[in-house]
Structures are given as C-alpha cells and as structure tokens.
Design a protein around this ligand. Structure first.
Ligand code: ZN
Length: 374
C-alpha cells in the first residue's frame, strides 16, 4: 500500500485523520485547491506554500491535452514542472470529458479537445498511464459521471461501467505500478441511495488506497447530496480516506465531515474570488458593491491572512472596479486562506467534540449560499 490512513480523533461519524504517502503526510479533513491546468488561477506554488496548502488537485484531462502528459513527464513530473513539493491528486478527467458531450462506450470515452477540436480517446488504462506520467501522488480511476437528470437506466449503466473501469484501472495500476502513486476508486449512483450503497460496496471490493464519491455537487440540493452521501460512506472502510468530489461551500464541508468525509476540492473559493466575492465570517461579501468605496476595514477583521493584514475593502474594491488583475489574486489568496482556516476549525471541532455547534453556526450564516457545483 502506497498510502496509509490513520484516524486521530472522532466526533460521531466525523473524523480527523493522517494520510501518509512516500511524499510525506497531510491531515484530514482537508481542502484541496483546484489547479486545473497545473496552477491555481492567479497564484504560484510559493503562494500555496505560504497559505499552508498540503494537497492540490490537477486535472489529467487538461494536462494531457496541454502541454501533454509526456511533456510534463519529460520535465520531471508535475511536482518539478510546477515547483510544488506538496501532494498532488489528479482527477482522471472523466467529469470534464463527460460534461463536454463525449461519446462513451463500454471500453472508454472518445472526446474532442476543447483547445483545438482534435479527437482523443481515454480508457481506464490510458487514464492510469496519463496520471502516471504526470506523477500524481494520488490518481483517480476513470469513471462515468452521469448528469443529474439521468433516467434510472443510465444511472445503472454509469455504475456498471465505473465498476468495470475500476477493475481495469486497478489492474493497469498494479501492472504499471509507478512507485509512490496511490489509486482511488470512484463511487457513482446519482442521488439514488440504494444504487449509491451498491456502487460503494462494489468499489470497495477493488481494495484501493482510498475512495472518492463522485457525481454529487452537480446541481442537486444540499439535502439530496447529503442523503446520497450517508449510505455511501456507511459502506466505505474506516481505514481508507474518503474524498467527496466538488464540494467546498462552508455548510457542505461541515455537513459532509459530520457524515465521515475526509477530503474535498471545489472551485468555489477561487471562482467567487475572481468575480469579486470574498468569504467572511459574516457571509459572502460582494466587494464591487459601492458601499465599500470608503470602507477602511479588511475583508474579514477576524481573518489572519496577509491580505486582511494589509489592505482595506476600499482598496480591493478600487482594484476590482478598474480591472486590476491583482484584485483577483489578492481575493483568491484571502478566500483560500479563509476556507483553509474554516477546515482547520472543523478539525479542531472534531477533536474537541463540538462539531454540532460549529455546524449550527455555519448553517445560520451561510444558508443563502447554494451548494457549489464543480
Ligand atoms: Zn483574509
């Protein structure tokens, strides 16, 4: 096993844990900023280090098209290429491929590049090879992620294909066995609770290093998401990390941790930042609003980040209004610092046995922010 998970504290079904890999260790619950094309938009690896990020997410689909997995491998792998010494988890590309109306058959997926329209083929084996070339610490098996509105027959087909592809991914991973790279399987099943439980059971039979829950946060309500998550987690083993894909809003994070999820990624904090919305203890702040034109307060007076330590809302609003790229960068820094601090609070609450109180606080403040989609 190239990855080891140890539970360090529990509060009900919620847990704090330690993930150990050949690269090092990281604590859970954890939030992984999304660096789709090998960088978190607007930030550098040095910025991520300063923020205390332990794991980033990169996207195999984008990197296999530009600059190409072989190019990244030739540059020494994604860590050397991006000058990042922390962990990297790569998504297999299944979600991106399927959201681009690709053609799926039992063997794999054929899709057109978003960059130049050229035709590409992704199979479970090729996805393992691509992520191996990239040098991910944690690979994801190729899955079929059906749209929320899929009829039962399509949901069933997606589960069957995802399980069959999981077997092929595992076998390819064992055969090609790049040292130090772990492989996670992905549970599907839409918001059908019984199908979710079945998909989880059959994915666990693959005996992988960890398990991801995919196909959620795709437009369903938060209560539907949590109702599908609970029976999934119930089937997952306690000694492997559980990664809920695409969830990163404050309430969603806390509620999913309460059900036993450990790892999260979401574009929400960085995407909101680029649109001028900052995350704060009092809820979201739309910094373009004219009311901040002469506001000398930092974004969030309770936030310990460097941006809040130096700049006022008035200055950041001014930068946004005149279109300075630095505004997006600074608000991205704050939003990531804020969400990482929130996840640290969630970990502390699990250790202290006070997660229920924190969930109530977050539900009050963030009720109006919808669950984030990928
Ligand atoms: Zn801040």
């Amino acid at each position: 096993m190239t990855l080891r998970f140890t539970t360090t504290a529990t509060d009900g079904a919620a847990r704090c844990g330690l993930v150990e890999t050949p690269r090092g260790r990281f604590t859970t619950p954890c939030f992984m900023p999304v660096g789709t094309r090998g960088s978190v938009k607007g930030l550098s690896s040095a910025d991520l280090e300063a923020l205390g990020v332990e794991v980033t997410l990169a996207n195999a689909y984008h990197l296999m098209l530009r600059p190409g997995a072989e190019v990244v491998a030739g540059m020494g792998g994604i860590h050397r290429f991006t000058a990042w010494s922390g962990h990297v988890l790569t998504d297999s590309g299944g979600y991106q491929v399927l959201s681009l109306a690709a053609r799926v058959d039992d063997d794999g997926v054929t899709f057109r590049s978003t960059y130049d329209g050229s035709t590409h083929r992704l199979t479970p084996e090729r996805a393992v090879a691509v992520q191996g070339l990239l040098g991910a610490d944690i690979q994801m098996a190729l899955d079929v992620c059906p749209p929320l509105s899929s009829p039962p027959g399509l949901l069933r087909q997606a589960v069957e294909r995802t399980v069959a592809w999981g077997v092929r991914a595992r076998d390819a991973h064992r055969r090609e066995g790049r040292e130090g790279q772990a492989l996670f399987g992905i549970v599907q099943g839409g918001i059908d609770e019984r199908l979710r439980a079945e998909s989880a059971r059959r994915t666990v039979e693959l005996d992988l290093s960890g398990y991801a829950i995919g196909g959620l946060s795709v437009g369903e309500s938060r209560s539907e998401m949590l109702a599908a998550l609970a029976p999934t987690v119930a089937e997952l083993p306690g000694d492997r990390p559980r990664y809920l894909m695409g969830v990163g809003d404050p309430v969603g994070l806390a509620e999913a941790v309460a059900l036993g999820a450990d790892m999260f990624d979401c574009v929400l904090p960085t995407r909101l930042a680029r649109h001028g919305t900052a995350l704060t203890a009092a809820g979201p702040l739309r910094l373009r609003n004219a009311t901040f034109a002469q506001d000398a307060e930092p974004i969030d007076p309770t936030c310990p980040c460097d941006v809040c330590g130096r700049w006022s809302r008035a200055y950041l609003r001014h930068q946004l209004v005149v279109g300075e790229a630095s505004a997006r960068r600074l608000i991205t820094m704050h939003n990531l610092a804020w969400i990482l601090a929130l996840v640290a609070r969630i970990r502390a609450a699990v250790r202290a046995g006070t997660l229920t109180a924190l969930r109530a606080e977050l539900a009050n403040r963030w009720a109006h922010l919808p669950a984030a989609s990928q």
